[in-house]
Write a new protein. Structure first.
Length: 256
């Protein structure tokens, strides 16, 4: 697998558009209802549990996992939503994984990929996504605004991801309902909790916040809750590495 470089992802996704269009053409309809995302994130601790087979930072994590079975395990353990990595080159995912997950669970599903084109949003919607990731660092402001608007028109929740407070200006101008703060720098791939804490603290209180990346224990959840006030956490690698991810979810949800 070649090295992950964020600035090259738009070119890669453009080359994949024929595959995306093929999935759109072969999918006759959405096949599931819509699940309001924010309505599900009201617990003391909300876990968005991720299907992630590989990653640039961890390499192969669990290449043989059944996306549908794993998602159902997450849901039955109390996960508020399921995130599905659909990026194939570095995360070994696909939109077919998204289809399988959305057919298996009746909770919100996030399509997590590098989104640059309207066709990607349409495909994610048809494959059952209720929410789609838009990474501020990878998009020009006009691109972010256009994709955000397309998500709303498609009736899919746009989840904007930031890593640093400097990215918040353009993002807040869109009046988002939810912002994901990635503790991982997508350029260096390093985890930086202090930057994440500062960024979470700088998001206005009316916006739902999610903390993602680097969470491997109940103690991590407790620290982030205490320092940044967020109650929602996106967790992938740690869950995919566990032999009993359902027990781990229940442990995390019991953090005071």
């Amino acid at each position: 697998m070649k090295d992950f470089i964020l600035s090259e992802m738009k070119k890669i996704k453009k080359e994949e558009l024929p595959e995306t269009e093929k999935i759109i053409a072969e999918t006759s309809g959405r096949g599931r209802g819509r699940f309001p995302v924010k309505d599900e994130l009201t617990g003391h601790v909300n876990i968005i549990a991720e299907i992630k087979k590989s990653s640039p930072s961890a390499g192969l994590i669990n290449g043989t996992v059944s996306p549908a079975d794993q998602a159902l395990l997450y849901k039955n353990a109390g996960a508020a939503a399921v995130s599905v990595l659909t990026e194939k080159n570095f995360f070994n995912g696909s939109l077919y994984d998204l289809k399988k997950v959305s057919s298996a669970v009746n909770i919100p599903v996030l399509c997590k990929d590098f989104i640059y084109f309207e066709a990607q949003i349409k495909a994610a919607y048809l494959c059952g996504a209720d929410m789609i990731l838009l990474i501020a660092k990878s998009l020009e402001h006009n691109e972010l605004k256009e994709l955000y608007t397309i998500c709303l028109e498609t009736e899919i929740t746009p989840l904007i991801e930031v890593h640093h407070s400097s990215e918040l200006g353009n993002v807040l101008n869109l009046y988002p309902e939810i912002i994901l703060v990635n503790m991982r720098n997508l350029v260096t791939l390093e985890i930086d909790f202090n930057t994440g804490f500062e960024t979470l603290q700088n998001i206005p209180s009316g916006i739902k916040t999610i903390s993602g990346s680097g969470i491997s224990s109940a103690e991590d959840i407790k620290i982030i809750k205490n320092k940044a006030g967020t109650d929602t956490f996106l967790i992938g690698t740690s869950l995919m590495e566990k032999s009993n991810p359902d027990e781990f979810i229940q442990e995390l949800k019991n953090v005071c």
